[in-house]
Design a protein around this ligand. Structure first.
Ligand code: AMP
Length: 144
């Protein structure tokens, strides 16, 4: 199972981005409306400048209190973004997410963001693949 197959199985949902300068409170509202846990911060719309997750809000509220809601996402986003490619294997993406302790990755092709996957997308795709393999093996054993 490769990253491009996972994106295909999700359907084309695009990547939700906000420009630098967006307030943390505005970002939180958008994440709530879209029911997502992460936003990509991008000045161009298709190249990632940073990534901003619900975890970043929790950390900043804990450290600075609710005043952080009036900060911009630029102050709290993660700038060293780990991305994956369309041809990467799902298992490798899962291993990276587990090792580095995050749950989201922009998919980048030729320097441009072409999709976004979460740990939930990868686990769902792997479970579907494992169920198909199980059915195929059972079919072979039963002689179908
Ligand atoms: P998450 O578990 O994805 O909600 O994020 C946990 C932490 O990792 C937050 O500080 C995020 O800003 C950061 N983070 C999330 N995804 C990535 C990524 N692909 N590359 C680098 N940092 C990330």
């Amino acid at each position: 199972m490769l990253v491009h197959q996972i994106l295909k199985s999700k359907g084309d949902q695009g990547v939700v981005t906000v420009p630098p300068g967006t307030l943390v409170s505005e970002a939180a509202k958008l994440m709530d409306e879209k029911r997502i846990g992460t936003l990509v911060i991008s000045s161009t719309g298709d190249t990632p400048d940073g990534i901003f997750s619900e975890r970043d809000i929790v950390r900043e509220v804990s450290r600075r209190g609710v005043a952080c809601l009036n900060c911009t996402v630029d102050d709290v986003m993660t700038r060293n973004i780990v991305t994956c490619s369309l041809g990467d294997k799902a298992d490798a993406v899962l291993a990276t997410m587990t090792e580095k302790r995050f749950r989201h990755m922009p998919v980048v092709d030729a320097g441009v963001m072409v999709g976004f996957i979460s740990i939930g997308d990868v686990v769902k795709a792997r479970l579907t693949e494992l169920a198909m393999e199980k059915n195929a093996l059972e079919g072979m054993i039963m002689g179908h």
